[in-house]
Design a protein around this ligand. Sequence first.
Ligand code: MG
Length: 221
Amino acid sequence: MDQDRRELVMFDFDGVIVDSLDVFSTVFLDACTAAGVPGFTTPDDLLTLMEANFYAGMRARGVDDARVAEVLRRLGEGLVRARHWLKPFPLVPEVLEDLADARTVIIVTSSPTEVVEGWLRTHEVHGVTEIAGAETARSKVEKIDALLARYPGQEVYWYVGDTAGDIREAREAGVTPLGVSWGWHEPEMLMEAGAERVAFSPAELLTIVAPELAGDFFGAG
Ligand SMILES: [Mg+2]
């Protein structure tokens, strides 16, 4: 099949593909301390921040753009170093590989592209066509807008995410947010933020975004 004719499905990375809250929050809190940004001392502080766009959330706490940039630089460097410790959620890599037979899978993430690329390579996860990482734009809305222009005419554009901020940004970009139950925020929060559905397992995720493939995944096809 011509790859460009495959419909686009967008995935967040942290909390959807990798079980990264421990590593991410440790690196993030260290970065805040090193950059002299007060008020972030526990993983819950990070979870609260992820209820909206990262930049907007930092600004709302009075952190100026220069220090946000400093936190992000340190966060990016720390995540590259800690990449090895990021573990995949069971069966999510298999779902990505199956899905790639029928869809164009693009990761839209606030993590640096280098982290995601290296992680996919070392974990031998195949099927991801492209990564729109931290460098490409500040908001997921901007990244999604750019992708919609390249993949026009779909009836549904799924964005798979795990935080209320992701879900809100997907809605703002005009795509359909699908929450996952295994990520950073609870399913109820994702529904309140506007998720169309919440998938409670990777197999259910596949059933929702590509119903025609689900039989094969369960071994029934
Ligand atoms: Mg996430």
